[in-house]
Design a protein around this ligand. Sequence first.
Ligand code: AMP
Length: 445
Amino acid sequence: MTFATLGLIEPLLRALETLGYQTPTPVQAQAIPAVLAGRDLMAAAQTGTGKTAGFALPLLQLLTMEGPKVAANSARALILCPTRELAEQVHASVAEYAQNLPLTTYAVYGGVSINPQMMKLRKGVDILVATPGRLIDLFRQNALKLNQLQTLVLDEADRMLDLGFSEELANIYRMLPKKRQTLLFSATFSDEIRTLAGQMLNDPLSIEVSPRNVAANTVKQWVVPVDKKRKAELFVHLMRKGRWKQVLVFAKTRNGVDALVDKLQGLGINADGIHGDKPQATRQRALDRFKSSEVQILVATDVAARGLDIEDLPMVVNFDLPIVAEDYIHRIGRTGRAGNTGEAISLVCADEVNMLSAIEMLTRQTLTRKMEQDFEPEHRVPDTDASGQVVKKPKKPKKPKASGGGGGKRNLGKWVDSGESAPVEPSIKPVRKVPVFNTGPRKKK
Ligand code: AMP
């Protein structure tokens, strides 16, 4: 299958050739024809699957072929993203795909001055990428009208709800024209997402591609048990031993990010950090320097790192396990992208055993444990397995099974053909509480 057989127009095909995309990924093979045909979409796909091109290419084509010229202070298509970084990244991809088209694109998000954004919107833009809060601000200040909107894309919808944007989404929903095309992308499908989809989508086509980053054979995953107080020491030890060149490290809290960066910098290691407390410009600079390999270690919180596309990242380290098990999938998805292999190592202390268990249950695999000599924990990490069981008492240890339970079969690392797609397990239960999307348009609060 080629992009040409999916019905894309020549200027898009030329852009893809420049970018070196040869074969559509499974999500692209399914989404492109459906979006071109005007369908609403409910797609279970996450970062790393090529989903951005999956919605952006047909969207650009529709905007080029149909519809009136964009009016002042208007947008013809809106892509909503959970974080500023993701908005920037999606916008950069859209702009690349649109390089041969007479369309305008722009990204707006909070944390930076609103005035230049208002100025830019005066002439209107064909595709606007936005985070929910800033979009509402711009709308309320009359800098943006949405009556010309043809298409709405909700990118990483689950994350938007996790970040507490359900109210903003309900407000935006009220601002939209009734007649429009809506494309919803989400890594996971909780009840809340289904409610949201029920309200926003019209007879949607469901697309499901398995999360390629759960696949055992593109991302080698393992756990190193360690006492909490020795994590930083272990990290430095592993880094030196393995001669790690470029590592994205995840820490749970902003303080955790700062403490680790300070420690690493104190040892003369080239490290930087990103988290929500840092100004947008600083975050972007750290990220750019990491991408260009000027920075060797980037320490980040989940919010700051979500959706980042960093090419050929060989290694991800979970300095702390995420509180939300799904974040593990997003984190390790930063490596092993576009068919490359990667490694994801988690430094796990006894306190984190329940999080480890939740991750194993969600990913349906028992993560291999590798004890590091001289770092064996005093506080033993109880055994866990993919059933979600935690064996508290060391007397009757349960032998961990070899990793990979089914994960390998769901690998989409090699983008060969759409036949590779496999459904995301519907039986996976949410392992944490998520905010309830209860702000439907006709419901009284
Ligand atoms: P996404 O899932 O949209 O974040 O895309 C993940 C990465 O895959 C990005 O770096 C894209 O540029 C790249 N990509 C997307 N589609 C293709 C394709 N068909 N062939 C090669 N690379 C692709």
